[in-house]
Design a protein around this ligand. Sequence first.
Ligand code: SF4
Length: 252
Amino acid sequence: MPRDGFDIGGDLRALNTRFADDTQGALDFALSGALGRIAMVSSFGAESVVLLHMLAQRHPDAPVLFVDTMMLFPETMAYQRDVAQALNLQDVRVIRPTREALFAHDPDSVLHLTEPDACCTLRKTQALEAALDGFDGWITGRKRSQGGERAALDLFEADGARIKVNPLAGWDAARLSDYIDTHHLPRHPLVARGYPSIGCAPCTGPVAPGEDPRAGRWRGREKTECGIHVRNGRVIRGNAAQPAASEQQAAQ
Ligand code: SF4
């Protein structure tokens, strides 16, 4: 939970107004201690280097959680190591599903073919939830310009008992690209091969010019999100949010 006396409703509204045009300010405030213990969660994907670079300038020792689903592209694994070293990030924590969980639920690594929501829960959501134990909130790289459920994204939002901070909420692709060029940052190698959004290898493909940047994620399925994000108690996975796991259990 955030510090005592924090008013989730009123204080979050005030923060969204105060930092509406101040990305670095929002990031600095998130890591000031005022919200408790905060970690950044990064996929080291197509645009992740922007927020990681901002973090590295003033908070190189802040914890960065990287969820390795064990289904990622080898390019992502190499890029993660290269970026962490180049930016001198000092506390990158690689999070993985447990061997026991994988053996019990996806021993042949084919769950994504038939039950992608269950696969994301196993490989991402549960692993991240365990890693976030002890943190009061987390920082994400989501943007309104990504559309879908993200179109109404706030800078600061409630995430159950935690606070979620989205410093790049108002950034678009052009601004991100300019930042990468200006600071001479390395790009994920798959971007040049037509992947503007990069997740697990079996569930990510290239997109055609003019297509939605996330069109290559779970192409041909209703699914548009992995389920690590929750809004109003609902797991965000597609156009229609699903009840959170705790709600599903309560409803059974
Ligand atoms: Fe499984 Fe695909 Fe989700 Fe990765 S993106 S966890 S492979 S369903």
